[in-house]
Write a protein that binds this ligand. Structure first.
Ligand code: EPU
Length: 344
């Protein structure tokens, strides 16, 4: 087992925040994971699981064992006339996996093309885009349960998948995801209901074209993390009661909104931020992107404190104007590697 000390995590988080980990190990197998966890226990270190780093806010120094997940592999578990079931290693790159499924004529994930990050993180916040959430195509998630100290598979029906939410968000210290088991379709059933996706797709109703259109829409609005370090949507779209929505809507009839199955209304945080004057605006080294106000960008060499100063200013301005408190999407870690609440 090769534990490294004082490792710079800047290249491993898409916001490019400078962050030095006291202890770090990359793991490629479940056996290595067990060894790393027992080392952390012996040394009395907390454990921070690092995946693609696309949804994390890291402090400048972390005294903990950072376990960088690099379990690869795609294995067919099952196949019938309609579906194919695949077990995919947590360390596979999400977008490459989506492209591969399309090449294999397996359908369902095309709307989720170009989302940054790794397969193992996809169930955590139930990644979603253009009318599809990954939970719809997950059969089970293989985890190491740190409470029972066993590997186990959690069925999708027990994962509590909801908008940007799952059981893994509620109990982040308990489960380490090692594989995700997907059930994909052999016959395409394209989902074109979101925004102007149908128009973009036009007459070519192939899954390849749908995937390409999603990629084009994302590239036209969302900054490439290599050029403009970012963590995707920085805030969740607020989901509010129909009553609260009616109050806001009378004052702001243009507010984009999406009724949910349970009667609540999801509203567009990007629009709120835009209207609060933050689209393309910076505070020091950190600002909200000019083509999509929901994306926070680290334009220079910001630290977590700089990021916090900007997003708290955005939250405050949106609160003042709309009386809505935006909730950040990325997970915030403290100096000993534990997840922190965003509320001060
Ligand atoms: N809008 C503005 N100004 C802006 C940004 C958006 O007025 O600066 C308006 C748009 O005109 C549109 C509405 O807000 O009417 C919604 O915008 P968009 O379709 O771009 O989607 P979003 O709600 O901002 C969500 C997800 C994205 C996902 C897209 C497409 C969340 C927090 N974000 O964004 O997910 O790609 O829908 O499904 O749910 C991510 O999570 O990292 C992410 C990029």
């Amino acid at each position: 087992m090769h534990i490294q000390n004082n490792v710079q995590l800047q290249p491993f988080n898409t916001l490019n925040l400078g962050s030095v980990a006291s202890h770090y190990i990359k793991i490629e197998t479940e056996h290595m994971l067990l060894e790393a966890l027992s080392y952390a226990e012996q040394q009395q270190l907390n454990v921070l699981i690092l995946s693609g780093g696309s949804n994390m806010l890291l402090p400048e120094h972390i005294h903990a064992l950072v376990i960088h997940m690099d379990i690869q592999g795609i294995e067919t578990l099952n196949e019938d006339a309609q579906t194919k079931t695949l077990a995919v290693g947590a360390g596979q790159v999400w977008h490459d996996f989506v492209l591969w499924t399309t090449e294999q004529h397996l359908y369902g994930l095309q709307n989720l093309a170009l989302i940054p990050g790794l397969v193992g993180a996809s169930p955590v916040q139930n990644i979603g885009a253009y009318g599809v959430e990954v939970g719809e195509f997950i059969q089970a998630v293989r985890v190491y349960d740190r409470v029972t100290q066993q590997f186990t598979e959690i069925l999708a029906s027990d994962c509590q998948f909801a908008y940007r939410h799952s059981i893994f968000k509620d109990q982040p210290e308990r489960y380490v995801i090692t594989q995700v088991i997907f059930q994909l379709l052999k016959h395409a059933n394209l989902k074109l209901s979101y925004g102007d996706l149908k128009q973009a797709v036009g007459e070519d109703l192939s899954a390849e074209n749908l995937q390409n259109q999603v990629i084009q829409i994302r590239q036209s609005k969302l900054p490439d993390p290599k050029e403009y370090p970012n963590a995707g949507s920085f805030f969740k779209n607020p989901v509010i009661s129909a009553q609260s929505f009616d109050q806001i809507n009378t004052k702001f009839p243009q507010l984009p909104h999406y009724p949910q199955a349970n009667g609540q209304i999801k509203i567009a945080a990007g629009w709120l931020i835009d209207q609060a004057g933050w689209k393309g605006k910076r505070l020091g080294m950190v600002g909200m992107f000019a083509k999509q106000a929901l994306v926070l960008v680290n334009y220079e060499d910001a630290t977590l404190l700089d990021v916090q100063a900007t997003y708290r200013a955005v939250q405050q301005d949106v609160l003042n104007k709309f009386n809505i408190r935006l909730e950040p999407e990325p997970v915030l870690f403290n100096a000993v590697g534990l997840i922190q609440s965003h509320v001060e």
